[in-house]
Design a protein around this ligand. Structure first.
Ligand code: HEM
Length: 343
């Protein structure tokens, strides 16, 4: 295998780390010195070689460790994976999309042989080899969505379309920025977005839903979202708030560079062929402030964004409590130079 996978943890001793290559390809989300919600959607895949935007499903050095972390979370709380009965076909669609894409994009890591509905899947990094019958759930150890998302980085929501709306009727959610699949399952686009400040009044959700409903077969799109997380923790769920919430109070001027992470979500949209459902993968990238500031343009820009952000967004994203320490730390990387638009 050409790719090296990190031996690291996202809880307990938090040994998660980014190599120089991971720092180079980090999807820094700010193309200007300020930030406000917008319908920032563009075509996917597509982007310079080696970036997380190049392939349909990015696989990187954190793959194996992220899958282990998912396994731990699911063992403690099986409700992180739910699929309402009518969503099984969408699960097969998703399994097909991921297996076909990964086998094409990473032939040294994944192989898929298909003979009619007799499929043979080999996942080398996780040591999995499986023969099964496509569309026959009795030939897999669990449902198709659970099977493939236990082998794919990022969270997944599967949306059923009806009544001109999208309904979160299935998902695998173990690396979320403080929202709960168990709470949201069965909700529609406006209901699950209700806690987000400002965006509804700005018309962001009306426009976004209109766009998503118009996504046709074979079309794929992406957007970036971001938040802040103390320690490199994937599972920042409401269910486990008692574990990670208190960690916010451990930030000091001395440790903020290492312990405060920018959490970037690469969100993609795929219309699925048989079910007409929409797949919404949410891939999480974590990088601490010290590593971000190793790129002068990023350190400078992040300082300005977090210094000037609307207080309602700082509160919603959960970093208002540490905003001063973060901004004071980042100020040392801001020489006041003007920056040009673009990343
Ligand atoms: C936040 C799901 C598409 C904009 C959220 C949240 C969820 C979610 C669960 C957290 C809400 C909470 O606090 O409980 C989804 C799903 C989508 C989708 C499943 C696909 C159908 C979009 C699109 C936009 C968008 C297309 C375009 C603008 C936002 C914004 C936030 C948000 C601005 C707040 C994020 C933050 O400040 O960290 N979304 N979303 N969402 N969503 Fe979506």
């Amino acid at each position: 295998m050409t790719m090296q996978f990190n031996d690291e943890t996202f809880r307990g001793d938090y040994t998660y780390h980014n190599s120089p290559e991971a720092i180079r390809r980090f999807p820094f989300p700010f193309d200007q010195d300020s930030y406000m919600y917008s319908v920032n959607i563009e075509q996917h895949p597509g982007g310079p070689k080696g970036t997380p935007f190049e392939k349909m499903f990015d696989v990187d050095e954190h793959y194996v460790a992220e899958m282990k972390d998912r396994e731990i979370t699911l063992a403690e709380d099986p409700l992180r994976c739910q699929s309402l009965p009518h969503m099984e076909l969408a699960g097969w669609d998703l399994l097909e999309l991921i297996m076909v894409s990964k086998a094409k994009d990473y032939p040294d890591l994944f192989t898929l042989h298909r003979d009619g509905n007799d499929w043979h899947w080999i996942n080398k990094p996780l040591g999995i080899e499986k023969k099964f019958t496509f569309l026959d759930a009795t030939t897999l150890p669990c449902g198709p969505m659970e099977y493939i998302t236990r082998q794919t980085q990022g969270d997944f929501a599967l949306l059923h379309e009806r009544d001109n709306n999208l309904w979160m009727d299935a998902g695998m959610v173990t690396s979320q920025a403080d929202w709960s699949l168990d709470f949201d399952v069965g909700m529609n686009f406006f209901e699950w977005h209700a806690p987000v400040p400002k965006a509804r009044k700005m018309g962001v959700f009306d426009k976004a839903l209109k766009f998503l409903l118009a996504v046709g077969q074979g079309q794929h799109y992406r957007r970036l979202n971001w938040t802040m997380t103390v320690n490199p923790r994937l599972d920042t769920s409401p269910e486990n708030y008692h574990k990670w919430g208190p960690e916010k109070r451990t930030i000091t001027p001395e440790n903020v560079g290492q312990k405060q992470f920018l959490r970037v979500e690469l969100q993609t949209f795929f219309r699925l062929p048989r079910s007409n459902a929409l797949a919404f993968p949410i891939r999480c990238y974590l990088m601490n402030l010290e590593d971000i500031a190793s790129k002068p343009k990023w350190g400078r820009r992040l300082h300005r964004v977090l210094r000037d952000i609307d207080p309602a967004l700082a509160e919603y994203k959960g970093f208002a409590v540490n905003q001063k320490i973060i901004v004071d730390y980042l100020a040392q990387f801001d020489d006041g130079a003007p920056t040009s638009p673009g990343i």
